[in-house]
Structure formats: C-alpha cells, structure tokens
Design a protein. Structure first.
Length: 342
C-alpha cells in the first residue's frame, strides 16, 4: 500500500482575525489558495475565534505544536510560530519592532526581540515579502540568507477600475464629493500627520482626504490628523469599491515591508503617491510618485498632481495597472508552494 505523504499544516490564527491588515490578508489568501492548489499537500489549523489575538499565543505555542506533530511542516504566515516546534516555515513580513521599537508597546517589543531571532534562525524556511525586508531580517534577526526567500504580495481581481464605489460611499457616508484615499492602521509609522498640508489644499479644491483603517493594541496610536476624515476599519467587501472610487491614493508611511495598499490602488486604476522609504520604491517602481515622507509640502504637491494633472494621472494609471497585473495571490501561493516543496 503506497505511503500517504504528510501534509503541510497552515497556522490560521491571523486568518480568523476580524481586522484586515497586510499580515491578515496574507494569511487569509494562503489559507484559501494553498489547499485549493494542492489539496493533498495542505491542511489548516484554526483556533477558536476568541484566540485570534493575545490569548491565542498560548494556543500557538502549546496546542498548535501538538496538532502539527504528524505534519511534514508547519507554515506560519503571520510573523510568529511555536518556538519549540522543529519544522517551522515562517513568513516574516518585516523587522519593524526591532528597527523602530518606539512605534510599539514595551511588552510587544520585548516579546518580538525574544522570539523573532529564534524563529528566523531555527526555521526550515523563512519567506519574506521584499528584498528590503530580506536585508532587514538578515541584519537584525540573523536570518540565513541562503534559507530566506522573497515572495511579493498579491492582489485579486476584485480590485479593478470597474469596481462599484457606491456601496462603500453609502456605508461610509462619504457623500458625492471626490476623495483621496489612504489605507492603513492608525499607528505612528503610517505617518498620517504628514498629510495635514495635503488635506488643507485638497479641501480648497473640494476634495476630501479619507483614511481607512483602525488601531492595533500593540502599536502606538497616532493622533487624529486635522482635515483627514477617518472612517475606521472598512469591511473587505467594500474595499475594492473604495479604492476604485478614489481620485488618488497616498501612503506616506515611514516603514513598510511591502506596501500592499499601493498595489491594490494601482490594480484599481488609481494614481498613487508613496513615500520613498523602506520597501515602497521596490514595490512601486516608477508607477507612482515617490516623495519624502518627512516633507508635508512635497507630499501635498504630489497629491495635487495626482488629482488634477491629467497627463500625470494617465501615466500613473497605465503604469500602475501594468505593475500590479502580474502580482496576483495565485502567483504568490504558487511561489510559496514551490519553496515548501523544494
């Protein structure tokens, strides 16, 4: 009787969280796509919903290794994994808590400093999302470059220029005014305070500046930015229309391991302005207007160009859609599968 190959078990703790940041998006997509790609090769371990956050550390460190004892490998898509398990593959998105501890709570930084280097050094495979993040993991965590692979994030075909913006407009009470969009958690590293000048100039043009995203308990919150309309977390079903309805998109973040919202905006046919820091130039290439995130005047000028200068808009829309087209979640899942099968 032929021997049945042991599956790779996927840690779905981040996939069940109601919040939807980049880490959660990665987790949801791999939990859905890897078993569909190779049903015989993957299985999924989901904790109870109450264990999606802090209480889930006990499940992840204690219960999950028992669930995975017969698995060939344990795939952890969201920065953390059971430290004592000997066959981890872990997706580490960046090393921000070690590079910029001032953006996080002290307890979170202590936990990350204790756990991340151990995971990076012991993992069978480390996957990260950009060459920038790969260099950070090697420098700050001691990750082995030979066992650290880069797989860029993706975007699915819901994010397209033709997505209907009206449900999002109604749900978020945006009215009929045009708007510029930014998407990200309300945390210090997103640097939303740098948008105050842009918000003032846009208001003079009759354009709102809308910020979508909620806070995170382990991250230091950023104060509300004058003139920026914060709509809080947006349900996943409304995100494609929210992007497609925007006149432009801006991400002034000081540190990104990849910058998934920029890719989603480009796929949606929206001109993008992004910070010239960390992984954003690598992710965006010449398909966006790159600006110094420490210069609010420069950000405002670039956003105005993206909103009102038609030749610039046409160039950015065409370049952005071409940049985003090959970056799909199916491609990301195939790349991760190839690494794990190797």
């Amino acid at each position: 009787m032929p021997r049945v190959a042991r599956p790779v078990l996927i840690n779905a703790r981040a996939a069940i969280r109601p919040e939807l940041g980049g880490v959660e998006r990665w987790s949801r997509e791999l939990v859905a796509r890897l078993p569909a790609l190779a049903p015989q090769r993957y299985a999924v371990a989901r904790p109870p919903a109450a264990l999606a956050h802090r209480a889930g550390h006990l499940w992840e460190q204690g219960v999950l290794p028992l669930r995975a004892r017969d698995a060939r490998m344990l795939l952890n898509p969201a920065n953390l994994a059971p430290v004592a398990f000997p066959r981890n593959a872990v997706i580490l998105h960046d090393a921000a808590p070690l590079r910029h501890p001032e953006w996080y709570s002290a307890s979170y930084v202590r936990w990350q400093r204790a756990v991340l280097p151990v995971l990076a050094r012991r993992a069978v495979h480390v996957v990260t999302v950009s060459e920038f993040s790969r260099s950070e993991l090697v420098a700050l965590l001691g990750a082995d470059p030979a066992r650290t692979s880069v797989v860029p994030g993706g975007v699915d075909d819901r994010f397209r220029p033709g997505a209907d913006p009206e449900p999002a407009r109604r749900a978020l009470a945006l009215g009929e005014r045009p708007y510029v969009l930014t998407v990200g958690s309300r945390i210090a590293r997103k640097n939303l305070a740098a948008l105050s000048v842009a918000a003032r100039r846009l208001a003079a043009l009759g354009v709102d500046l809308v910020a979508a995203g909620g806070g995170r308990p382990q991250l230091r919150a950023e104060r509300p930015t004058e003139g920026v309309r914060a709509v809080g977390p947006v349900p996943d079903a409304h995100l494609p229309g929210l992007y497609a309805g925007a006149r432009a998109f801006v991400l002034p973040s000081l540190y990104e391991g990849f910058g998934l919202p920029c890719l989603e905006a480009m796929a949606s046919g929206v001109p993008v302005v992004a910070a010239d820091r960390a992984a954003l130039p690598e992710t965006c290439g010449d398909a966006v207007l790159l600006v110094d995130p420490g210069d609010p005047e420069a950000i405002a000028a670039a956003v105005e160009r993206a909103v009102a200068d038609e030749p610039t808009r046409r160039r950015l829309v065409a370049a952005g859609r071409a940049r985003a087209a090959p970056r799909t979640w199916d491609a990301a899942a195939r790349a991760v599968d190839a690494i794990l099968a190797g």
